[in-house]
Design a protein around this ligand. Structure first.
Ligand code: SAH
Length: 258
């Protein structure tokens, strides 16, 4: 018995064992004892995770896949969460323990997975896995790149990001239309954002909503004082700003008395 791929669940099963093993190896295993795999499907990645020193848990929305896993991975049965990752509260399953995240992620919800991980970053020391290449690049690229944007800045504010390798469509069943990319996120330890987080998110999102405009124009809705808007940083476009510069911009806006 195997599971037939369901398109609406973003199911593209990996059929290349070597790549599955390389993805499993993308977690370092340092500093945590729990790993949560999102979307294990038929367990191609899971079986390599189960050989590691940490404890592997999986979360899978598709009940056919859950049945398959229960039948084929007997020692995993008690650690299968049959739910939607986007809807769970991690503390319900892991208390206040740290848990690393991994997966060959369902591409239809990949950005939502990243944003959920960022929200829960205090609990997630490491996060690695496979995305559409374009999304992987968007997370990993630095300022100056065409795909540098909201996700790059928000992720890199809290994590160091490494683009590890590219995977062609041919190793999946069914093959996706695009290349895939594997990345690793390592949380910056003992780091707190030195500015108000909500304001930081707002500045980054507002700036990139009009990415061709200078900040002087795109940030008009933030009601900044004339003197602040004279600052040279406002002559730049968002894709020219490093993460550090977005933080210092937010700090200036925080201190701005209109
Ligand atoms: N890891 C497997 C399957 C990858 S396909 C492999 O590499 O072969 C993506 C998997 O994510 C599918 O099994 C799909 O059912 C599951 N999935 C989709 N949406 C999900 C969600 N919201 N929460 C948990 N799992 C989900």
């Amino acid at each position: 018995m195997s599971v037939r791929a369901k398109k609406h669940l973003g199911q593209h099963f990996l059929k290349d064992e070597l790549i599955a093993e390389q993805i499993a190896d993308s977690l370092t295993g340092n500093g945590y004892k729990n790993v949560l795999e999102i979307g294990p499907g038929m367990g191609v990645l899971t079986k390599y995770l189960l050989k590691k020193k940490y404890t592997t848990h999986v979360i899978e929305i598709d009940t056919d896949s859950v049945e398959y896993l229960k039948a084929h991975y007997l020692n995993l049965a008690s650690r299968i969460i049959s739910k939607d990752f986007l809807k769970i509260d991690l503390t319900e399953f892991f208390g206040d323990e740290q848990v690393a995240i991994i997966g060959n992620f369902p591409y239809n919800i990949s950005t939502q997975i990243v944003f959920k991980a960022l929200e829960n970053r205090h609990q997630i020391p490491e996060f690695s896995g496979m995305f559409q290449k374009e999304v992987a690049k968007r997370i990993a690229e630095k300022e100056g790149s065409k795909v540098y944007g909201i996700m790059s800045v928000l992720t890199q504010a809290f994590y160091d990001v490494e683009y590890l390798f590219t995977v062609p469509p041919t190793v999946f069943n069914p093959p996706p239309k695009v290349d895939s990319g594997v990345i690793r996120l390592t949380r910056k330890e003992n780091y707190t954002l030195p500015v108000d987080e909500k304001l930081f998110y707002r500045v980054v999102k507002t700036a990139f909503q009009q990415r061709r405009k200078t900040l002087r124009n795109s940030l008009k809705t933030l009601n900044l004082s004339d003197s602040l808007r004279e600052d040279v940083i406002f002559a730049k476009r968002p894709e020219q700003l490093s993460v550090q510069e977005f933080i210092s911009l937010t700090s200036k806006i925080e201190k701005d008395a209109v």
